[in-house]
Design a protein around this ligand. Structure first.
Ligand SMILES: O=c1ccn([C@@H]2O[C@H](COP(=O)(O)OP(=O)(O)O[C@H]3O[C@H](CO)[C@H](O)[C@H](O)[C@H]3O)[C@@H](O)[C@H]2O)c(=O)[nH]1
Length: 344
């Protein structure tokens, strides 16, 4: 990261009390950033963060992305914004799709419009692989967030707010996810509940997710979507790797696929890959900046999409069980759990 990028800047993080906010703060507090604004709904989480960090550069704003006034209030005077506020639990979005729509779509629209009106330099919106070819309300609303961001970006000129998105895969050990669940099950001596042994997910550490956000911020052109190339594993291999690390002999029980989940995730579609730039560890997907006058594009013709494959957790690098063990061992949370149970 280039610390100069944050020197003297005022930074806003929406949804800043979540795991992204905590980790991102650790990184930018090391720079000469002028001010960091944490915007979120939950005063208790803000208070705990304030007591833990005791850093006068951090200001706390209570608000909700659904309320434009509260976003406007927090964004006044901001240079850079990172939009992490979202409803991201698949099951709750499934049961309350209108709530997902209000926060993830209407709320994101508020953030985008407010950023443009206040002429901030750059806005990065956090999305997910579940937004690609979505099957659940969480993914659908995140996909719409990307569309809202890009539709706004398309209207902007050079020198105006730069708007970009990043897509995560599964962030390992994130709250409510399968890794802490499996560890807990082992601690209780219960079977590991595997949905479908062959189901695959892209695996990303929280630190790599932060690096992706920083990369996007540093390299974004108007309307870009960035993804980080990532390996994947099957859930069966993930369960086995955890059993090996924790020297656990609990059985693996197959419970079947849950509501609204896919056998594999897609990070970028074939169509997007045709508009993508390979940047080493990252891919930049350019915004489709065609205007509504489609006829001229048909006569010019489009390259053959059939020749390219989607980039999915089924066809990316597949980690072996020992490789998953190594990756798990690099996570501070897993190291802590192993120490607690006396395995390290
Ligand atoms: O008891 C379980 C729970 C999950 N899984 C499997 O483990 C994998 C990962 O499951 P997670 O619940 O950790 O992750 P998801 O891919 O379902 O989605 C997660 O990441 C999303 C963001 O991309 C959202 O935050 C979502 O709420 C969060 O659960 C999936 O294949 C799932 O089927 C099991 O085998 N057994």
């Amino acid at each position: 990261m280039n610390a100069q990028d944050f020197k003297g800047k005022t930074v806003l993080i929406t949804g800043g009390t979540g795991s992204f906010g905590h980790e991102f703060l650790d990184v930018i507090r090391e720079t000469d950033v002028k001010e960091i604004r944490i915007f979120s709904r939950d005063e208790l989480k803000q208070e705990l963060m304030r007591l833990k960090l005791k850093d006068a550069r951090i200001r706390f704003y209570i608000g909700d992305v659904r309320e434009r006034d509260s976003v406007d209030q927090a964004i006044r005077g901001v240079d850079l914004a990172f939009h992490a506020a979202a409803l991201k639990q698949v099951p709750s979005c499934e049961f309350f799709p209108m709530q997902a729509l209000m926060t993830n779509v209407v709320g994101s629209h508020n953030v985008v419009e407010s950023a443009i009106n206040h002429q901030i330099e750059s806005l990065v919106c956090l999305s997910t692989d579940k937004a690609v070819l979505p099957v659940n309300a969480m993914g659908m609303t995140k996909g719409l967030m990307e569309k809202v961001a890009q539709a706004a970006a398309r209207q902007l000129n050079e020198g105006e707010t730069k708007i970009s998105c990043v897509r995560y895969g599964n962030v390992m050990y994130s709250r409510g996810s399968v890794i802490p669940l499996f560890i807990n099950q082992m601690k209780q001596g219960q079977p590991l509940t595997v949905t479908d042994p062959q189901m695959t997910r892209f695996l990303l550490s929280l630190r790599s997710a932060i690096d992706l956000v920083l990369f996007a911020f540093q390299n974004a052109r108007q309307g870009d979507i960035f993804v980080r190339k990532a390996p994947a594993s099957t859930v069966q291999d993930l369960a086995q790797a955890l059993k090996n690390l924790f020297k656990s002999d609990v059985p693996i029980e197959v419970i079947g696929t849950r509501h609204a989940e896919k056998l594999f995730e897609t990070l970028t579609t074939a169509g997007e890959l045709m508009r993508a730039e390979d940047m080493g560890d990252y891919l930049r997907v350019f915004m489709d900046d065609r205007d509504l006058n489609y006829a001229k594009y048909f006569t010019e013709g489009q390259p053959d999409e059939q020749a390219v494959e989607d980039y999915t957790s089924h066809n990316t690098e597949r980690l072996t069980v020992p490789q998953i063990e190594q990756l798990l061992l690099s996570l501070p949370d897993v190291q802590r759990e192993l120490t607690l149970v006396g395995r390290q």
